[in-house]
Design a protein around this ligand. Structure first.
Ligand code: NDP
Length: 284
């Protein structure tokens, strides 16, 4: 390259921007569904790096437990902000955002993570009800909260990370409701990255493979197979294991940071090689 390229790289490396996960360290974040699983792991990681986090979910006990852990991990003992809210209720999402802005004064990063799984076939009696509730939780809540957050993210030149799934890319038996919600979420991510680029807001997605959290509790696995289920699934993965919350938290931290300054509209797959190996986890 030309010497100007090297000069700009040297200037960057000499600046504060080049510190580990810069911007995340002092940022103000909402992570929906941070009362457990991937959202909680993300909140803990970012709190440990110095971020100010809002912990939210419906389960008040879990929300306050994760808040306490975040505060303990925070290098300056920054208090995490608890907001008990149901993302399927617009009034709750309004309260979540209002409380955040009243307390923190700003919003740098929105992680749309809350979600529910579903295994239901089109011929099932409960299919329509299940599919509507999956769309309300996994997609409509994200659209609403994103729309309402833009005014704040524009001020901070912030960014949005949606937690999708490899189910949005790979079809499977009984997966239509969940998979449609995540495929639609991926297209939402890409389209609004285009819409919001001129406002200085980046929008990206992390699409995990199987991660050991509560969401997999409702999988249609026979009881006798449940005990060794994670090892059995993990053995099908090229990396030889299923994911942990922190595997996904690391991907979120990268996308949220200044190190990802040129990354927008991206679907970052973090799946232990699931899609590359065309793994079938065999849910029936
Ligand atoms: P968990 O069940 O552990 O976490 C789900 C989170 O979403 C909880 O904090 C829960 O909070 C919250 N939530 C669910 N419904 C609502 C609601 N109506 N209102 C408010 N909060 C809600 O599962 P994961 O951590 O695995 O799930 C996180 C995300 O990761 C989801 O979007 C999921 O689709 C995605 N994902 C997970 C994979 C996996 O294998 N685990 C694979 C691919 C994607 P509370 O119960 O307190 O309401």
């Amino acid at each position: 390259g030309e010497s100007v390229d090297i000069a700009s790289a040297v200037a960057y490396l000499a600046s504060d921007q080049a510190s580990f996960y810069s911007r995340v360290e002092s940022s103000y974040l909402i992570i929906t569904g941070s009362s457990s699983g991937i959202g909680a792991a993300t909140a803990l990681l970012l709190a440990k790096s110095g971020a100010n986090v809002v912990i939210t979910g419906r389960n008040a006990d879990n929300v306050s437990k994760i808040c306490e852990e975040c505060t303990k991990l925070s290098p300056k003992g920054v208090k995490a902000l608890p907001v008990v809210a149901d993302v399927t209720k617009e009034a709750d999402l309004d309260r979540l955002l209002d409380t955040t802005i009243k307390t923190f004064g700003k919003l740098d990063i929105l992680v749309n993570n809350s979600g529910i799984g579903s295994f239901s076939q089109i011929s099932d009696a409960e299919y329509l009800k299940t599919q509507r509730s999956v769309f309300d939780t996994n997609l409509n809540s994200v659209i609403y909260l994103t729309h309402k957050s833009i005014q704040y993210l524009e001020k901070t030149k912030g960014n949005i990370i949606n937690i999708s799934s490899i189910a949005g890319i790979q079809s499977g038996k009984g997966m239509s409701g969940y998979a449609m919600s995540k495929a639609a979420l991926d297209m939402f991510t890409k389209c609004i990255a285009v819409d919001l680029g001129s406002k200085g807001i980046r929008v990206n997605s992390v699409n995990p493979g199987a991660v050991r959290t509560n969401i997999m509790r409702d999988m249609p696995v026979p009881d006798e197979q449940r005990k060794g289920m994670w090892d059995a699934m993990g053995s099908k993965y090229p990396v030889g294991r299923c994911g942990e919350g922190v595997d996904i938290a690391n991907a979120v931290a990268y996308l949220a940071s200044a190190q990802a300054s040129f990354v927008t509209g991206t679907i970052l797959v973090a799946d232990g090689g699931h899609l590359a190996a065309n793994v079938n986890l065999g849910f029936d």
